[in-house]
Write a protein that binds this ligand. Structure first.
Ligand code: 5GP
Ligand code: MN
Length: 339
């Protein structure tokens, strides 16, 4: 089976290419990715932005809503010079492209800019994508948004260079869990091969984005993992493992919130549980809830029911109240979304 059997319709690809080609070299082009950006959000956006630069578009800005901090693992990503704080976005861009954003709620204050743009191209791979944007390159079977971003720059005639390739490689490695997840197809490895062929050093990149963390982040992880709870009866007896992290935990170890982004991975390795929940405090009584399943539960549908979104086996939403209550709600809902 190949990925070419599904994916965006030919008219959507043609419309996206035409939307870019219609612009003059001095047109203002705004790129946007989701709040609290991860490797796929930043990598697909910045790689594409560099591609536009190679095509001769000089006025390209990239941004994301909320806290304007690039997580340390991505501090050396090529294309960061395109990044501007949300407030410095073009107020009336000729074209907006949105990367890795499942719903307008993930755009914060930038949703209005997308809404007002004459043309907005949405490049995304979330099953829960809500269908916003005027041109839609959305493929829930794509392993990463960068798979689609790479296809679009190729259709625009931009050859891959090492800088663009590094952005797309970081994105691909992030969203496939280092080429481990189910969507790691032949086509994904072929794309990785094309990217590496530009001269990338995958070992260096992996060390930087996955295997480097401050001492405080390691100690914090120890505490959060140490308080994990196993609930074998949940999810129809297939089991739930959950834990939480508060803003006080972050402050005690002097760590920024993004250090919690990958902490769900050691938790979800627990053999006795199909479902994993990590509840991360983002403001007083407000929690970013990360959900993972090994197949028992469609966590995307569960997350959508709570105003969030994601993929079938990896999703999230914003929860309110006490951490224990948020988990209790999820535990109750698991039975409704057993697959
Ligand atoms: P994570 O748990 O790693 O933050 O996110 C897992 C998946 O769920 C990602 O694809 C992410 O985009 C999606 N996701 C996480 N939180 C939210 C949310 O609050 N709203 C939506 N729409 N998607 C989310
Ligand atoms: Mn993604």
């Amino acid at each position: 089976m190949t990925e070419s059997s599904s994916g965006p319709a030919a008219e959507q690809w043609d419309a996206a290419v035409a939307a870019v080609r219609a612009l003059g070299g001095d047109a203002e082009i705004q790129l946007i990715c989701h709040v609290s950006p991860d490797g796929d959000a930043l990598g697909s956006m910045l790689g594409f932005g560099l591609g536009l630069r190679r095509l001769g578009y000089s006025r390209v800005r990239a941004t994301f809503p909320g806290d304007f901090r690039v997580p340390d693992p991505y501090a050396e990503m090529p294309g960061l010079e395109l990044l501007v704080p949300e407030a410095d976005s073009f107020p009336e861009p000729a074209l907006v492209l949105v990367f890795d954003v499942a719903s307008e709620s993930r755009l914060g204050g930038l949703a209005a800019l997308v809404e007002a743009a004459p043309v907005s191209v949405v490049v995304d791979h979330h099953a829960s994508n809500t269908g916003f944007g005027t041109i839609r390159l959305v493929d829930p079977h794509a392993a990463a948004t960068s798979v689609l971003a790479e296809q679009l720059i190729t259709r625009l005639g931009v050859p891959l260079d090492a800088a663009i390739a590094e952005c797309f490689y970081v994105a691909l490695a992030t969203d496939t869990g280092s080429f481990k997840f189910d969507m790691t197809t032949v086509a994904v490895h072929e794309l990785a091969a094309r990217l590496i062929a530009t001269g990338l050093r995958p070992g260096d990149i992996s060390r930087r984005i996955f295997d480097t963390k401050p001492f405080g982040a390691m100690k914090l992880a120890g505490e959060v993992l140490g308080r994990a709870v196993l609930d074998p009866a949940a999810a129809g007896g297939l089991g739930l493992v959950w834990t939480y992290a508060t803003l006080a935990d972050l402050a005690r170890h002097a760590q920024p919130p993004y250090v919690l982004d990958t902490l769900i991975d050691p938790v979800r390795s627990v053999a006795e549980a199909d479902v994993t929940v990590l509840v991360k405090e983002i403001a007083d009584g407000q929690w970013a809830v990360s959900l993972r399943s090994k197949g028992a539960v469609d966590v995307s549908r569960l997350a959508i029911s709570q105003g969030g979104g994601g993929h079938r086996l990896a999703a999230g939403f914003t929860g309110h109240g006490a951490a224990g209550d948020v988990v209790a709600t999820v535990r109750r809902l698991l039975d409704d979304y057993l697959t």
